[in-house]
Design a protein around this ligand. Structure first.
Ligand code: NAD
Length: 359
């Protein structure tokens, strides 16, 4: 039995609606497995701007840092879009990510058999897809120096720097190998080593580290080929590890294989506290209607258990319950076929809870 302090940021729009279902699930898991979870709510994003004028109040940072993991809903919405850049909800989210020092972003893309027709790709191509993209989050070309725009007229030039140190590559590659060890033990490192010096170093370091993980089958792929292979034959991948910009693009492409944004979870780890959230936003178009799909938030709670608290059996139970709900044909509006009855957010939460005992 463990005692865990979980911070919760519901956020804006459908954030609270879906996140409450994730909290209910964690409460139920705590009861079933004899863990003591305490939940502590903090403000961020638009809700924090309304209450305090600041998208990331100091109290939120302190509270989250004092916890074992963060369960995050979604932030943002039209109400705050005209705010100055540094006061927008998104500014709070970016700052929170950097405060937590999470350098590794884990994005699973799972095609459930029951939803195989929801993908834009042919069922025979995507069936069985179960990929984890491990993306470096705090380095590479998005943060490298020098960067800027300089000069005049037609000589004006814009530039960025793609840079990775051995230490940065090693720590993200290690997350890749460790993740592969928890799955099918296959790791594909994606780079552009045929053109980029930074990628040559990346590959060298990944190969060096592979000696520590003899059980993991390591392969390498150029990013252009990886993009092609993801849509051609996605089932060949287990874990993909890659740098910031390549991972940004490939993880979005991989998630679209599944065809349903309301199903997709993510984890940002590597710092002292892991950060777990759906990949979708606050969905202002459906806010307050009670129809949002809570499965991405619930799956994020599953990732919190596995990658935030190291509770693998508990996480397996959550994943099994999600599969059971889908297997029973239950759908929210975003997944329902024409004419099919759609469950409300709460009813879908109830359905997952009801299947927890089927573990
Ligand atoms: P979005 O993900 O909120 O919505 C895109 C579409 O997907 C909408 O039609 C929405 O109804 C649907 N959708 C999303 N989640 C769903 C769910 N759980 N169930 C059913 N349908 C769902 O993206 P957007 O419309 O581009 O952005 C809306 C707001 O969210 C913006 O303010 C944006 O900045 C913010 N945003 C926040 C995050 C975050 O908090 N991490 C991420 C992306 C966007």
């Amino acid at each position: 039995m463990g005692v865990y302090r979980i911070s919760v940021i519901h956020g804006d729009g459908i954030g609270p609606e879906v996140n409450q279902q994730a909290v209910r699930l964690l409460v139920a898991i705590g009861e079933r497995f004899g863990h003591q979870f305490s939940f502590h709510e903090y403000l961020a994003g638009g809700a924090a701007i309304d209450a305090t004028g600041n998208p990331l109040p100091d109290e939120t940072i302190a509270g989250v840092k004092d916890s074992d993991a963060l369960l995050f809903g979604a932030i943002g919405g039209p109400k705050w879009e005209s705010m100055p850049h540094h006061l927008k909800p998104e500014a709070g989210l970016l700052r929170l990510r950097s405060e937590l020092g999470a350098f590794a972003n884990l994005r699973p893309a799972v095609v459930y058999d029951e939803l195989v027709d929801a993908s834009t790709l042919k069922p025979e191509v995507v069936r069985g897809t179960d990929i984890m993209v491990v993306r470096e989050l705090t380095g590479g070309i998005y943060f490298g120096q020098p960067r800027g725009i300089e000069g005049e007229g037609s000589e004006r030039r814009g530039f960025n720097t793609m840079v990775y140190s051995v230490a940065e590559i090693e720590r993200i590659a290690r997350v890749g190998f460790e993740t592969a060890m928890k799955r099918d033990k296959r790791l594909c490192s994606v780079d552009k080593a045929n053109v980029l010096d930074v990628s040559q170093l990346w590959r060298e370091v990944v190969i060096g580290l592979s000696k520590e993980y003899p059980e993991v089958r390591l392969s390498h792929m150029y990013v252009d080929n990886a993009a092609m292979q993801l849509v051609r034959n996605p089932t060949q991948f287990d874990v993909i590890v890659t740098g910031n910009i390549f991972g940004d693009i490939l993880s979005d492409a991989a998630s679209m294989l599944t065809g349903s944004i309301g199903m997709l979870a993510s984890a940002s780890i590597g710092g002292p506290i892991g950060f777990f959230e759906p990949i979708h936003g606050s969905a202002p178009d459906i806010t307050g209607k009670g129809i949002a799909n809570p499965l991405a938030a619930i799956a994020s709670a599953g990732m919190l258990l596995r990658y935030g608290l190291g509770l693998n059996e508990e996480a397996d139970t959550v994943e099994t319950a999600i599969r059971a709900v889908l297997g029973d044909g239950l759908r929210t509006a975003d997944m329902a076929a024409p004419g099919q009855t759609a469950l409300s957010t709460v009813a879908m939460g109830d359905a997952v809870l009801a299947r927890l005992d089927g573990k």
